[in-house]
Design a protein around this ligand. Structure first.
Ligand SMILES: [Zn+2]
Length: 389
């Protein structure tokens, strides 16, 4: 029996598309809504929640807060070898965060989660960052058998967010390392300027440990020993409130333009651009460029371009032109399919047939979604009365 959420998700793939009149999001998002002017719910959420962040950057208010935060990080880090943790993937955002940390005189410990999918480009970029900034690196390597088992389980689950095993692990590793060294701040690369839009049904919360474990229980078989699981309570209560480890989204306090950031890290860190977004992981490339569009009709370029349009980094016409290009290169897909099937020890036929199968909505599995909704609204209220950032 297919539930109503999954039915809606499956129908979104084939129905005629209606596009937002302001950004480029469309009805491939099963939960999208439009107002009378044809403007979508993502644009309205952007105006309510993201615009104030960008306005604070423009007015200089964010720069003042950043100075205060840097002073606090230095004060809390006195007597320690490191005063903050920076997760590095070799991609633009995290590399730029490391650059900013250094520019502000912070003694960062760079942390990398090695999921087994790094490209040589990513490794080279990380090496160049460390050398240029004279930062140390902590790498967490997960047992490949565990990572493989989780990733195959997500493919078989039919859920769209197959990057969950990696996305879940990253905060798990960053918090563990911070706690181990007594560090109180994690500098995060997530930001309002370039990634403010992403439909929940395309990429449900990776930090929902209940969903991850439910998928693993149904489709996995290898015991998770080295996988850095982080449960809801550790994530929202124990690490931030008991151990007092804060995650600070530093890119929300500077004027962050991706093109300019790339130029800066190229000339200062010896960083090299190897093409599209997420070229640092073959898995992420395959998953975003081919798997999501082919199995679900989800083209991740749309929310990415919509974020750039809304933050004024691109025009809607430029984005629509870019979307005319195919999301993937056919030859590369053939290579990636074989590579991924082989690495995950699946047959090519199984991987191809899974892509043919209809997708499943995240509400078809156990989850903590109501808790996330409550948590977000409490946080927003606290922020409103000035008790949280
Ligand atoms: Zn819109």
């Amino acid at each position: 029996m297919v539930d109503q959420h999954t039915l809606r998700l499956q129908r979104a793939k084939t129905r005629a598309q209606i596009i937002c009149t302001r950004c480029v999001m469309d009805t491939t998002d099963p939960d999208i809504t439009f107002d009378d002017a044809g403007v979508c719910n993502h644009c309205r959420r952007f105006d309510a929640q993201v615009k104030p962040i960008l306005a604070a950057i423009d007015s200089g208010k964010a720069a003042t807060i950043l100075e205060q935060e840097v002073a606090r990080i230095k004060e809390e880090g006195k007597g320690l070898k490191y005063d903050c943790v920076v997760g590095v993937s070799g991609g633009v955002d995290s590399s730029y965060v490391a650059y900013l940390a250094h520019r502000h005189g912070l003694r960062a410990l760079c942390v990398h989660f090695d999921s087994g999918w790094n490209t040589e480009f990513a490794v080279r970029n990380i090496e160049n960052i460390l050398r240029s900034l004279d930062y140390d690196l902590w790498t967490h390597v997960v047992e490949w058998a565990e990572m493989r088992d989780l990733q195959v389980a997500f493919f078989r689950s039919g859920l769209p967010n197959c990057d969950t095993p990696t996305d879940h692990a990253i905060p798990g590793v960053l918090n563990r390392v911070a706690r181990r060294f007594g560090i109180r701040t994690i500098l995060s690369g997530s930001n309002a300027s370039t990634e403010s839009i992403l439909p929940l049904s395309w990429a449900y919360h990776a930090n929902d440990h209940r969903q991850l474990l439910d998928v693993h229980r149904r489709f996995g078989s290898v015991k998770l020993n080295t996988y850095p699981l982080i449960d809801f309570w550790q994530n929202y209560l124990i690490y931030p409130h008991y151990h007092k480890i804060r995650t600070f989204k530093i890119l929300n306090y500077v004027s962050y333009n991706k093109r300019e950031a790339k130029e800066t890290i190229k000339s200062n860190l010896g960083w090299t651009d190897y093409g599209g977004k997420h070229e640092e992981s073959i898995f992420t490339r395959f998953f975003q460029q081919y798997y999501l569009p082919a199995r679900f009709g989800f083209d991740k370029r749309k929310p990415h371009l919509a974020s750039l349009i809304l933050s004024g980094q691109m025009t809607r016409d430029e984005a629509l032109d870019e979307l005319q290009l195919p999301p993937y290169n056919k030859q590369q897909v053939e290579f990636d399919l074989e590579f991924i099937a082989k690495k995950l020890a699946m047959s090519l036929d199984e991987l191809k047939s899974l892509i043919e199968e209809p997708g499943v909505h995240h509400r078809s599995y156990r989850s903590l979604e109501p808790f996330f909704e409550i948590g977000v609204s409490v946080k927003r209220k606290l922020r409103h009365i000035g008790m949280s950032r």
